[in-house]
Design a protein around this ligand. Structure first.
Ligand SMILES: [Zn+2]
Ligand SMILES: [Zn+2]
Ligand SMILES: [Zn+2]
Ligand SMILES: [Zn+2]
Ligand SMILES: [Zn+2]
Length: 246
């Protein structure tokens, strides 16, 4: 009896899983478990689908009544499957402390949230296996713990770098340094402007003086011309009123 396919068959649900002892008519005669995906042969005997298919590979007769069974003549019993799905079971993690009970059909759903489910640490590189309820405690010390900075700076932090990381403070310091720098530039520009203004005032005064001296020279020229005219004609000359504004 070394047929591995037959010897490893375990199609049905473990009877021990059920809160109340299951009735005899939901037990598979091949695996002695509660029917998983029950099918009925032409002889009306019922088995787990997996169990009977494996059985038929070896001999094409019913394991209960020895009548011939054809693979094409077995039918899935949906109604029975549903009523088995409503049977209450205990959590498979009962041994670890889970006391919850729920319909068989919700087994998968429960295992996804069961606090006593053994799961691998989600952080890459960590090999720890732990109960889901211990995950938070473990994460606080796990050396593979990684999380992006919650301030959104994009840095991936570990427990070691998290303590020193303060991108907000760093950003503030950079901002303040930039502000100081801008203030210094503004002060320098103001000083430069004042210097330029005083240079301009100085130049204005110089131009004024040049204009004045030009006027004086013009007046002198006119006086000379008049003197020349007087020696040849009338003596009643009017002084020049040619004053130009510079
Ligand atoms: Zn079975
Ligand atoms: Zn039969
Ligand atoms: Zn559980
Ligand atoms: Zn870990
Ligand atoms: Zn940050």
């Amino acid at each position: 009896m070394a047929d591995p396919e037959v010897s490893t068959q375990s199609g049905g649900y473990d009877v021990e899983l059920f809160v109340d002892p299951p009735d005899y008519d939901v037990i598979c005669t091949i695996c002695q478990g509660v029917l998983r995906c029950p099918v009925r042969a032409a002889c009306h005997h019922i088995f787990c689908k997996k169990c009977i298919l494996q059985w038929l590979k070896r001999q094409e007769t019913c394991p209960c009544c020895r009548n011939p069974v054809k693979t094409s003549l077995i039918f899935v019993m949906f109604k029975l499957s549903k009523s088995i799905g409503r049977m209450k079971i205990k959590c498979k993690n009962e041994i670890r402390g889970c006391t919850e009970t729920f319909p068989l059909s919700e087994q998968y759903c429960h295992s996804m949230s069961c606090l006593y489910e053994l799961i691998p640490c989600p952080y890459q590189g960590c090999r720890a296996q732990l109960l889901r309820r211990d995950l938070d405690t473990h994460a606080r010390h796990c050396e593979h713990w990684r999380q992006p900075c919650h301030m959104g700076c994009g840095t991936i932090l570990s427990h070691r770098t998290q303590a020193q990381h303060n991108c907000y403070k760093q950003l503030r310091q950079e901002y303040e340094a930039r502000q100081r720098n801008h203030r210094a530039i503004a002060t320098a520009l103001q000083r430069k402007m004042r210097r330029m203004q005083s240079t301009m005032a100085h130049m204005k005064r110089q131009i004024g003086l040049i204009c004045e001296s030009l006027e004086v020279m013009d007046d002198l020229n006119e006086v000379e011309e008049e003197d020349l005219g007087e020696s040849s004609g009338s003596s009643s000359g009017t002084p020049s009123s040619n004053i130009s504004n510079c």
